[in-house]
Design a protein around this ligand. Sequence first.
Ligand code: DX5
Ligand code: ZN
Length: 223
Amino acid sequence: MMTVRIAPSLLSVDFARMADELAMIEAAGADWLHVDVMDGVFVPNLSFGVKVIETVRKLTILPLDVHLMTVEPEKYFDSFAKAGANGLTIHVETAPHLHRQLMRIKEVGCTAGVTMNPSTSLDAVREVASDLDLLLIMSVNPGFGGQKFIPHSLDKIRRARQLLDRVGSTAYLEVDGGIARDTIRDCYLAGATTFVAGNAIFGAPDPKAEVTALRNLCLTEAA
Ligand code: DX5
Ligand code: ZN
């Protein structure tokens, strides 16, 4: 059985209670904290920058899985790594020199991840498949939390699993967008191992129980 990692998304945290909510998901056994950086240019929304990464770094011991939805993502590699990011994931749409960018991410001491919009082909990462530490499949159009899972993402996850397996990669295969009780198990069966969840966790009556429920849905024998 594959290890399951649950990565609650900071985007859905109640910022007035951030310290408490982070302590709660940490106690719930969450594996990573997913941090969405949006620049209002690549995606039609603004979110956090280096100051927020520094702040959450002080509030949790969870690895910070930073998803950069920004043009020219390389501008931020150094400062985000210094602020405490553990992984940096960039979009192929913003990275014409993808191999160079991935090497730069490793140089700053982070795990190197790549992702793409739902409309972008997996072919965009084929040539760098063996250089990846993480491959993120976007199952919504990036920019907002709380959107509906796009069903044909499942087929992309399956093809991503084949692509990684073919090159003998042990990269994390992560899914982001609309992950909840009704979608997580199918993604796991398609080959994903790491699951971002914002609304499903922080919008639940008991976020702590939700982390466990999501993990268990992957790991129980029969659905
Ligand atoms: C969307 C972000 C996601 C978002 C997921 O652009 O990349 O990480 O927080 O939120 P949910 O789980 O609510 O779809
Ligand atoms: Zn994200």
